[in-house]
Design a protein around this ligand. Structure first.
Ligand code: SIN
Length: 327
């Protein structure tokens, strides 16, 4: 009888061990935006590709709209192993590196094609590694788009923003940008922006057409100035500990799925920038304010001194390289 029990236990243990070996690797992908956004769609595409190509080996669960973590917590959670993939905006990474602040400099990139050229070039690719010392691995950039200024009053010239409160992401560069026009910047999580605008606790915010539309900011902001004054893009990031725990072939397959999902997400970003702007215009809830060249020049003149303020932290050469991507 004893022998039989021992044999059963041994078989059970062996089966258990086999099941443990066969269990798929779980990737939790946490982000803060809605599913109908470039990042939301990219995350779902990544899941779809992994389901197709790595069924049984890897399982991806996507948590949109800050359901799992907000951007201020997600990287700490990642370092603790509670989440494996995130794509915070580049503006939210200053705690981990000062170099990526380059993407927040106002009026640095003239359009998304320039952003793409810079990110694809040697300097942009090198910046992907700027979080390595903190135990994080940058796997790729993802676009959202150029930022616009929404407000409770029409913003034609910088003086129209003076004394008004604007929500910003956690970025000292963005803080300096609004201080340069005598406005009052407030660092607040994305999940709080709609309520802050609705209750008029703040007067305005800056964001892309896609975020302004998908989070309904346009319903509580009567004016949106088409300023294209900065870029909002993302870094797709994982922890070094998780990434290095994968065998090389699996790493390669996951990276390929991610690159394909990013290409797909970038396509959506380009489409949404024009489609969501049009939907906002059609809604008649918010008026789009266009700037004359002379008005735009006033914003450039007021905000551009921020570059010099952050030149030491970012590096003058890097700023020059980014500027060169405009040609
Ligand atoms: C995001 O697009 O991930 C959020 C941007 C923001 O916080 O404004």
């Amino acid at each position: 009888m004893r022998l039989l029990t021992a044999a059963v236990t041994t078989i059970a243990l062996a089966l258990g061990a086999q099941a443990a070996v066969a269990a798929p690797i779980e990737i939790k992908f946490s982000h803060v935006v809605a599913e109908n956004t470039p990042k939301g769609q990219m995350a779902l595409k990544f899941k779809e590709l992994v389901d197709e190509r790595l069924a049984g080996k890897v399982e991806v669960d996507v948590f949109p709209s800050s359901q799992l973590f907000g951007d201020n917590k997600v990287l700490e959670a990642m370092l603790l192993g509670d989440v494996q993939l995130a794509a915070p905006s580049l503006s939210k990474l200053q705690k981990y590196t000062k170099k990526l602040q380059i993407f927040d400099l106002p009026f640095l990139f003239k359009d998304m094609a320039a952003v793409e050229r810079f990110q694809k070039g040697a300097d942009g690719q090198k910046l992907l590694g700027s979080l390595n010392k903190k135990g994080l691995v940058g796997l790729g950039y993802l676009h959202n788009g150029m930022k616009q200024l929404s407000a409770s009053n029409p913003l034609k010239v910088p003086a129209d923003a003076a004394g008004r409160k604007f929500r910003i992401m956690t970025s000292d560069v963005l803080q300096a940008q609004f201080e340069a026009i005598d406005a009052v910047p407030l660092k607040k999580p994305f999940s709080e922006v709609f309520t802050l605008l609705q209750t008029q606790a703040i007067d305005g915010q800056e964001n892309t057409w896609s975020n302004i539309y998908s989070k309904k900011f346009f319903e509580v902001q009567p004016f949106i100035t088409e300023s294209n004054h900065g870029v909002l893009d993302y870094l797709v990031v994982t922890s070094a500990e998780f990434w290095m725990s994968l065998d090389k072939d699996l790493q390669k397959e996951l990276k390929k799925a991610l690159d394909d999902a990013i290409t797909y997400g970038n396509g959506i970003a380009a489409e949404k920038a024009s489609q969501d702007k049009q939907k906002i215009i059609d809604s008649k809830r918010s008026k789009v304010v266009n700037l004359t060249d002379a008005e735009r020049q006033q914003w450039v003149k007021a905000m551009k001194p921020v570059w010099t303020q952050f030149e030491d932290e970012i590096g003058a050469d890097l700023i020059k390289a980014a500027e060169a991507s405009n040609q």
